[in-house]
Design a protein around this ligand. Sequence first.
Ligand code: PLP
Length: 379
Amino acid sequence: MIYFDYNATAPVMREAREAWLNVTEKIGGNPSSMHQFGSRAAIVLADSREKLAAYLGCSPADLIWTSGATEANNMVMHHFARKLGPTGEVWISAIEHPCVFDSAQHYFGKRAKLIPITTDGVVDVDWITTEMADTRPGLVSVMAANNETGIIQPWREIQAICKAYGVPFFTDAVQFIGKMPCSGLGECDYVSGAAHKFGGPRGVGFLKIPHRSQITPLLFGGKQENGRRAGTENVAIIASMMAALEVREKQISRSEHLLRKLWRDNFEHQFLRTLPGASIIGLNQPRLWNTVAAIMPDGDRKHQWVIRLDKAGFAVSTGSACTTGKEEPSHVLSAMGFKAALAVRSVRYSAGWETTEADWDALIAALGKVHAEAQHGKA
Ligand code: PLP
């Protein structure tokens, strides 16, 4: 079975497993304990925080460990709901992940205004500039890269606009971190990330908050994380996450992702030749090097492709893993202006650092075969 669903989750890399085992076996203490076991755990935690801060370009004190990005993203919306009160308004891009989208809807309802998306799948920066001249929201939230399309969003530009107007800016960088360099993300007021998208374990992530500021906790009952998130820190999975990020940052610094982008681009070229009537979403936009979001040929619904490819030995997805199973058009494609009939034909192929050129070649061969069989079946 060849795995093409890395945007849903990635396999845990060897270095991350070893780091987890090492801390689990050698560092048994609770980082809040006063004895030597506790101090050793606290040192691992502090080292991890320093490492992450250096990658992002922020202070270690700005970082809170969480159970993943869903928690971090909910924490941001919960915090702003408290901070802004009953009249406060937030702007979120129309293509945010459900854990930002639904959380904003929950806390703000109609006061969560959607930032439109261009037909190219990019957040409309002109809309932000024009609107901001009139109104200042309490928060702007735009993800760094979209999980369904892989399209990289102009987060640096939006961060600079927000900074100029004194509006806090939040970016969900879950899909960006570990595929693209982290540097500069620390400039954003709030940033979230999750280890399982870049080869770390599931169930761990972080939230970066503005320097020296406080955040309204979601969880109470302990003074961990400077009173910002109660609960004993899971030191081993945090160290494991950082081991994975270290490997990814090294690979990125050696430009190893550029070769992988080439393989993906070659695949797309062949894909369009092999499957008449198919198209690739955001083909000419800056995209993550691992993602292909495609509209499959007419007449074939996406679930049929996912099932047929699964039988042929390839794990692909219908879009966001969290919305898999529902035959509704994705909110991302709807925001881009895709009609439902077209949007339900979308299939996502997302590779990872471990994916080889031969894997892409095998996928194209399987797609050709599956398509031919489907055409034959119809005749
Ligand atoms: N944000 C984005 C863009 C995602 O792709 C995901 C996971 O699919 C999440 C947030 C949620 O992350 P987690 O699984 O760590 O809760």
